[in-house]
Design a protein around this ligand. Sequence first.
Ligand code: HEM
Length: 630
Amino acid sequence: MYFNMNLHLTSVCSSSVPHELSFTRKMAPRRYTAFSSSSLSNNTSTRCFKQLPTLVAPSHRSFARSGLLPSAASAVDASNTAPTPVQKTSKCPVEKFTTVISAAAHPVLTTAMTGFAAAPSELPGPPPLSLDALKDVSIIFFEGLHVAMLRFSEKYGPVCRFANPASLNGATSWVFLNSPANIQHVCATNGRNYGRRYLPDIYTYITHGKGILGSQDDYNARHRRLCSGPFRNRAQLQRFSHVVVERSQRLVDIWTKAVREGVSGSEPCSFPPHANCSGGFTTDVATQTQRLTLDIVGLVAFSHDFRQVERVRRDIIGSAGDSRVLQDRLLWAVNTFGEVLAEIFITPLPLLRILDWVGFPHLRRLDEAVSIMRQTMLDVVQERRSALAAGLAGKDDLLQALLTARDDAGVGLSDEELWEDVHDIMGAGHETTATTTAALLYCISAHTDVRQRVEKELEDVLGGKDPSYGDLERMPYLQACAKEVMRLYPAIPVFPREALQGDVLPSGHVINPGDVVFMSSYALGRSPALWPDPLTFNPDRFSPEGEAAQHRFQWLPFGAGPRMCLGASFAQMSVCLMAATLLQRFRFTPLVPNTALIPVAYDITVNFGPSGGLHMRVELRSGRTDGGAQ
Ligand code: HEM
């Protein structure tokens, strides 16, 4: 998940992690909220928005169009990026109501108070104080910004505006862009004007403007440069691919052993076993892929083994986490961090400070989670600093690049700066990839024709051997499936930007300085104007001919522009390699939710909360036991 830590939750403390940890995220799914952009935070009226994605990253179809090659990826990435979606949830109905009302009425109220008219509405949108405005804002509030943007595109077309509740004189707006041509303009053609991510106050509170996700301008550009190198370089990606496959193979071994031992899993299963399979178990695959990707990001970025996959067997048999075990504590911390952050995402800074001072329980949990993650990572940093000081050979990873970086005055990064960067990479890099992989396994398995084509491609290309980086370009159908999954279930659904100066969009609509511009990969991905029969899972949309007919900016799961996801190439590679490794050995049958379209919600990233995870029966394919454990 995308988290930025480094909280200075002063007082707080001491609620300790319970011995039997509950894995809020995957095992006890929750409703989300998450990054929202903006400082809605500057105005209490915005506090209750359920989902205001705050991502901010420029992305491109880097991958999209051209497979996994880093060169292609960077071609789209206009420069540097930032990320994250935000959403926010409040359980207080009164606050929700006042938020909706005040947002709808805002332009009129501010005009009355200040004598300054609200921004001219060259852009379509609901009239202030109208029933329409109330209804529209309610969608944001109750269903999330990503859903609202889809509805707005149907109702108002490619652009629409609302008064910005945080703008006291009504001079700026929230502008929702739903057309690829306008998004191309904002992210590429005039990308410099929109280089800042719209960030809520929680970022200031947690990161003090450090890290990658929550920083802006020169600081962000420098740290993006430092951190993105290892994830773009082709030789590095190739090296990382071995780690992805090796760790996936370890998961295969543990699953194989579980099948051989007759473990049945945590979910009852009424389906008869598949022909050509020799036993299986049921499990929440999303939890297992999260453990897998945490290990992978730890190994590739910091050469550190979080040893999460070792705990997989306990998940399968339904054991609760154990706070005495570091792996379980870390997973608890990672998930709790995202969950709590989502809940307080657009809380204004002054209020956060008060809540901190009074020891608000949410902040105490956040503090606990942060200190577990922080300590884990600082131990790794310390170990590496000592090794460097002792003259031991450095490792070829991201941490090495950060440890040896020097500014013009020869000064290196402080532990605080290091921690923020490392934390962002860990957070941004693992949960997104895990949920995408789990959804990919689900979607392939829920469509028999798709599964058969994938299995045939794997057989033709791999013939039972482990996949490699080089094999991926010979597996276009698997890659198309991954793209189709990201179209329907982008891990981060919205990426907002701030306009520095006034501008005119290709559609002829006017943007004012300070306007917040929201773009949504979710709304684009499900738009009937862009994709025929958009809710149907159809990987053939990403055949070479299908892609040639698409606009470059209609598939943007990694955002676009200077704040685009910096791990896009690595993420696409990892998702496909993990899926290829697992699908060669196992067949998956969705149990819950068992619907064609997976119900999703968003906290900081996509979540399968409504269905309690992605529970599947995992069966060993006959004749595929050779790669398994003893
Ligand atoms: C399927 C997996 C992933 C998806 C869907 C995804 C998506 C995104 C999106 C939408 C953004 C915001 C983009 C924007 O504002 O234009 C973002 C930002 C970011 N992503 Fe990813 N991401 C994934 C994996 C990764 C991985 C593996 C890493 C690191 C290894 C990573 C690191 C980052 C960072 C550091 C940012 C912030 C960049 C900035 O603010 O300048 N992501 N990601």
